[in-house]
Design a protein around this ligand. Structure first.
Ligand code: SF4
Length: 340
């Protein structure tokens, strides 16, 4: 649904102000499935709106559920035929996290990432991002459950589509609409420095995650081409500015790749970077899911890596993986051959 355009259309028709509120309640809160569900509108207004606007911009073309953990992955077709994926992770604690895509494909070319191999097709609109969340909310509603968290960690680099991502955050945060707290949303970047600095100035309390994955420029240059434009000193400076301005925690994602970035020297290097702000920086180690080219770090080595960080007083977690069987885990979203 093109939300801004619809609001403008109501205004242009000089409809009373409460009509927008009625729409928002139906669309974002009651999660009705089509124009017919907007029963607070008179039939003539519903029909006129339906002629101008499509209720759902995204159509589901494939969906899968991982039998081992219930992770649900969906492939959408946008109105221009572009394919984009989103994932719903259902935690035992009752947390339901939606991982959304912000672009069709991605231009950043990270060596370990399936999406990066696609290149960039186009940016998603704010409405297309929001609809990924609404689809998951409708799925959860069937079980009397709801979306508790949204992470911008799917296909694409969110800060390369900054305005649409921020608009989608504001739409999801709107208390008259979907009403998801800003603190329940996380934007993850591979290290776009101007985006981080701009993000630091936003008034919304959205979380920031950095895909770090290497503790030295030499190593990071090899696996993340973005490092050539924004090397570690520039990246860590920008993150430092964000931390000082917002006083918010920053999560550093670190994908463990066997024989590449998982030595104890790497752990020391990572700890050195985290020393810059031990209070607010936290490392999240991630298991690599094979998309070709690399292997996952052995469990014992991972433990040693983690122990070293802990000994250095660094906050560190190991991310429980979801959806490995259906290629829904980190770096696996690729909208392959029009199937999930
Ligand atoms: S890891 Fe993220 S930024 Fe890097 S290529 Fe994949 S989607 Fe793009």
């Amino acid at each position: 649904m093109k939300n801004k355009e619809f609001a403008a259309w109501l205004e242009q028709r000089k409809e009373p102000g409460y009509r927008l509120g009625q729409f928002k309640r139906a669309f974002f809160q009651d999660l009705v499935l089509d124009w017919d569900g907007l029963t607070t509108y008179p039939k003539a207004l519903r029909e006129a709106a339906a002629e101008e606007f499509t209720w759902d911009e995204l159509k589901v073309t494939d969906e899968r559920t991982d039998p081992s953990d219930g992770t649900y992955k969906v492939l959408f077709a946008c109105s221009d035929g572009s394919a984009v994926e989103a994932v719903l992770m259902r935690h035992e604690t009752g947390r339901n996290t939606v991982c959304v895509s912000s672009q069709v494909g991605c231009p950043m070319g990270c060596a370990f990432c399936a999406t990066g191999k696609l290149g960039l097709k186009r940016n998603l609109t704010a409405d297309e991002i929001v609809e990924q969340v609404l689809h998951m909310a409708r799925i959860l509603k069937k079980d009397d459950a709801y979306v508790t968290n949204v992470v911008y960690m799917g296909m694409g680099e969110p800060f390369n589509n900054y305005d649409a991502v921020m608009e989608s955050i504001r739409t999801l945060n709107d208390p008259d609409g979907f009403g998801l707290g800003a603190r329940h949303m996380t934007v993850s970047t591979c290290g776009i420095v101007p985006g981080i600095l701009k993000f630091a100035g936003e008034s919304l309390q959205v979380n920031l995650a950095i895909s770090l994955h290497a503790p030295t420029d030499e190593m990071r240059d090899r696996i993340m081409p973005v490092n050539k434009a924004y090397p570690l000193d520039k990246l860590m400076y920008a993150v430092g500015e964000y931390a000082v301005k917002t006083n918010r925690k920053v999560l550093f994602e670190y994908l463990l790749l066997k024989g590449v970035n998982d030595s104890l020297d790497c752990a020391e290097g990572l700890a050195d970077l985290m020393e810059q702000n031990k209070r607010l920086y936290q490392v999240n180690l991630i298991k690599y899911h094979s998309t070709g080219g690399y292997q996952a770090t052995e469990m014992d080595d991972r433990q040693e890596f983690m122990d070293l960080l802990k000994r250095r007083g660094i906050k560190v977690t190991f991310r429980v993986s979801f959806g490995e069987e259906i290629d829904a885990a980190c770096g696996q979203l690729a909208a392959r051959n029009g199937r999930v």
